[in-house]
Design a protein around this ligand. Sequence first.
Ligand code: GLU
Length: 308
Amino acid sequence: MVSSPFDETVVPIGRFAPSPTGALHFGSLLAAVGSYCLARHGGGRWLLRMEDLDTPRVVSGAADEIMRTLEALSLFWDGEVVWQSRRTERYAAMLARLDEQGLVFGCACSRKEILASAPHAGEEGPVYPGTCRSGLAPGLRPRAWRLRVPSSQVCLTDGVFGPLSQCLADEVGDFVLRRADGLFAYQLAVVVDDADAGVTQVVRGQDLLSSTPRQIYLQDCLNFPHPRYIHLPLALSAEGEKISKRHGAVAVGRGGELIWQVLRFLGQPVPQSLRGAPPGEILAWGIRFFDLAMVPKASRVPNSLIED
Ligand code: GLU
């Protein structure tokens, strides 16, 4: 399984897929600006999807705030916004398609049981030990639904991080498609949404790199094409953790400065003379000159944070 080689002749369809769990912060803006410039650089479309599937984490008003912020920063998207919360029937249909292929099984394990039987937690929590893979013990009811994963390697070439491979069986285990609370899992939703929207280029934070082999495997199972993957370095707080909504929303009033800082963080030599220019003007520079080869791999504290 190899994700498709980059085909520069294809007009890209990119997307930004924020979770409306809070306002936009510097970290999420990296993905927005990176995906925007790379899609527009290739003359392509840039779509917006609200990942509001995890309803308990959704903050009321956050989606609206994100959209207003994007507009204030001249990050204008194409077409209608896609709302994951309105697409559950589609996710159910795709889960059924996987089930028909014998790839899905019900799992009765609690998180605590999985932790107890798999103490060697990987980067994303414990590797599922396969407890319910060959059927549930009598009297047990399925809580979640999982996808059977193969022991072969999933390979991809990331636009920043280069060639990578992962053995899902060893490093992740059979993963959840529908959670115990009935919600569809991010991994399934993102694959179905990207395919339905014809997304050819996924640009997002490096924290999602480890999810990508799962998504590529799901695309294979569902007979979907593989988009090109580009993962960007993360912005860290002064304490060395990933910047999140906890660290505050971006200051739209200083939009030009912000976009300038984002492009510099992404290794782009945006001229000093553009610093503080209107966001649209700086983005126009980004669309024209964005060079993937300049994007650094290292996550770090952005200068704007040091200066503030
Ligand atoms: N909704 C995810 C986030 O805000 C991004 C998912 C993706 O880009 O695939 O972190």
